[in-house]
Design a protein around this ligand. Sequence first.
Ligand code: 5GP
Ligand code: MN
Length: 345
Amino acid sequence: MNLLVESTRDIREFLRGDEETLVVTHHSPDGDAIGSLTAFGGMLDQLCVPNVIAVDDTPPMKYSFLPGFDRIVNLKAHPVGKMYPRVVVLDAGALERIGQAKSAIGPGTRILNIDHHFTGEAYGHINLVEVAAAATSEILYEICAAWGLEITPQIAYGLYVGILTDTGRFRFANTTARSVEICSKLIALGVDTSFVTERVYFNMSVDAVRALAKALTSLEFYFDSRVALIGLGGANHSSETEGFVEHACSIDGVVLAGFYSEMEPGLFKVSLRSRGRVDVNQIAAGFGGGGHKKAAGYRFRGDLADLKNSLMQAFKVGLDADLQGNSTSETAGILPWGRSTMVEN
Ligand code: 5GP
Ligand code: MN
């Protein structure tokens, strides 16, 4: 990814002066959201810009090892309370996704949006949206490189976690040579990769394991087992459900998978994954959400039966189009050396 010199210059200009700056990311924060938040806080510290890093949610404890994690303000517990002259929004395809952090934005607030989601919404005064980047953290690395910032441990660990998690440990189709190259540089700088993987993926809380067990027992199949759905309805919600959907998506023959979790009565968080050619970003967008072709999500108000019905209708449209060759995404993967193959992932 070649960041336009202009963009980084505009961002540097945006950050000039010592006005206090609020840095926020999306609710239900994942590794890229938290990692880019702590890393950007470290970048601003180096530029001597006073900053508050915040999210409208409880930051998942599995990222608590990140330097700077303790500085993250949980806006659910500590509402913003004032307007900021500058707000930086990281990893959020739509401004709605920052939740009540929006109340920090007044008529005089300038917004900087740094993201990698495909979205038509350029809600910032400055928008650096690089859809080719596997993670927002990847974009932040390029900014550090362009400005010659020192990659401190806080920055290095944040960026590494962001890229590691958004590429599904370098497994998803968004992984590029550059993603791996950046991680290689971060490891060379001192990131303990084994420690990070251990903490993020192999250190589940007991509650999270029990929630996963419940979710797995809810497993349902649709459309000749090409679609798998798992979820946590009723009072079974857990805030540590990142990655649960991958279990439904890892089943032989499944090309579309969903996971739902009832955050409060009648309000569900829904995660979608595609292993084939159906574009789940389009499906999520139909419900007011978004994401990427192979990983997307939305929030749903209603009861569980409505959620399932509407989701299966949308999946059916995608599957039918795919069978007729009018896939909503690319029709086949062509390997660079010319061999045509049905890439399923
Ligand atoms: P996950 O299912 O892991 O929460 O999210 C998968 C992808 O979809 C991520 O890129 C995430 O940012 C995006 N996503 C998840 N939920 C929503 C949502 O409610 N709205 C939008 N716009 N994007 C979402
Ligand atoms: Mn991301």
